[in-house]
Write a new protein. Structure first.
Length: 360
């Protein structure tokens, strides 16, 4: 009877013990990822307006238009400038008529054999010709400037990103008349990457990214053109759509510039970046994150220690300090403190203390 009661009481005690779930650590490679997003920007972008503030006569393009080098974008007019050219041309015509009169006087002096008058007429002819040459250059320059100011011409193949020019209004009334991006130079984006990831990147290295364009995700191969540390307030003011991974966005970050070239993307498209790195265990083991506990700055796991007794084996909780490596958000690399055959407690029905009996 005593034996039966002892066995029964031990069974009841075991049923009331905290229940735990255990797992063994495993060998393998710790794969960690970091992801972030940014916005695509044109590598070359220019604003165009009429330098002389002429009035807009006609706008030949609209936002989103593809334009070719040399294509007319906006036509301007300035009646006052055109009148100045007409007046200068009229003055040139008058000087040419005066030259004809001087030539007649010179011929008359020669016929009269008036040597003094001949020399005087010859000098007047030279002065008149010099004045005509000056006026011709002035008229030519005015016409050339007017032709340049009459149109805005695309300096390269590109896409019109903004149109502020409006007919009958002066150039620049609402900002630059035309904003243009150069499609031949491609696009780029800037993304802020944690320092421990960015240190492994190199300029001129390729980076595979994904660009969302008109609802479609386009895989693109980019080239890293610049890497520079974030300094001071630059960290807080930098543009970053979002990032996630095993490392938070901290002040120890670097700004990475990546160039992309693809016909099916455009400025302001969303760029997604995902970086992956692998870390071999090298004698350690991978343990689920929920098994890792913190005691101040120290880390530990709870393992099961099996003990034999007259009524059967019992399972006791033991605290094992550990040295940790990297983590990927799900698993952590444990370098020292536990062994492959240790039963590591992953979860329990109630809080546990060292030396406590549990039911596995």
């Amino acid at each position: 009877m005593l034996l039966l009661l002892t066995l029964a009481s031990n069974t009841l005690l075991t049923l009331h013990l905290p229940k735990v779930r255990t797992e063994l650590g495993r060998e393998g490679t710790l794969v960690t990822t970091w992801s972030g997003t940014a916005r695509l920007m044109a590598r070359q972008h220019i604003d165009l307006s009429n330098k002389a503030d002429w009035s807009v006569s006609e706008v030949h393009v609209k936002e989103g238009d593809q334009v070719a080098k040399g294509q007319t974008l906006v036509t301007y007019e300035n009646p006052a400038s055109e009148q100045e050219i007409l007046d200068a041309q009229a003055g040139l015509t008058g000087q040419r008529l005066t030259l004809v009169d001087l030539q007649d006087e010179y011929i008359e002096a020669v016929q009269n054999d008036d040597e003094m008058q001949v020399r005087r007429s010859k000098r007047e002819l030279e002065r008149a010709q010099l004045a005509i040459d000056v006026q011709e250059r002035k008229v030519s320059m005015m016409q050339s400037e007017a032709n340049d100011r009459r149109h805005i011409i695309a300096p390269f193949d590109g896409v019109v990103t903004q149109v502020n020019a409006m007919p009958q209004l002066p150039s620049g009334s609402g900002g630059p008349d035309i904003s243009l991006t150069n499609t031949q130079q491609g696009y780029q984006f800037e993304i802020i990457i944690p320092d421990d990831w960015a240190r492994k990147l190199r300029t001129e290295e390729k980076m595979n990214v994904e660009i969302e364009h008109e609802g479609t995700k386009v895989p693109v191969e980019g080239i890293i053109t610049g890497i520079r540390p974030m300094i001071g307030d630059d960290v807080g003011t930098s543009f970053q759509e979002g990032s996630e991974g095993n490392t938070s966005q901290m002040t120890s970050s670097q700004r990475v510039v990546v160039k992309v070239q693809h016909p099916n993307v455009q400025a302001n498209d969303l760029v997604s970046v995902e970086l992956t790195q692998s870390e071999k265990t090298d004698g350690g083991m991978l343990v689920l994150n929920q098994a890792i506990h913190q005691d101040g700055k120290n880390s530990y796991v709870l393992v099961i220690e099996e003990r034999s007794g007259p009524l059967g084996n019992t399972f006791i909780v033991r605290k094992a300090p550990v040295q940790l490596g990297g983590t990927n958000g799900q698993e952590t690399l444990v370098l020292q403190g536990v062994y492959m055959k240790d039963l590591i407690i992953v979860e329990s029905t109630e809080p546990l203390t060292e030396g406590q009996r549990v039911r596995v």
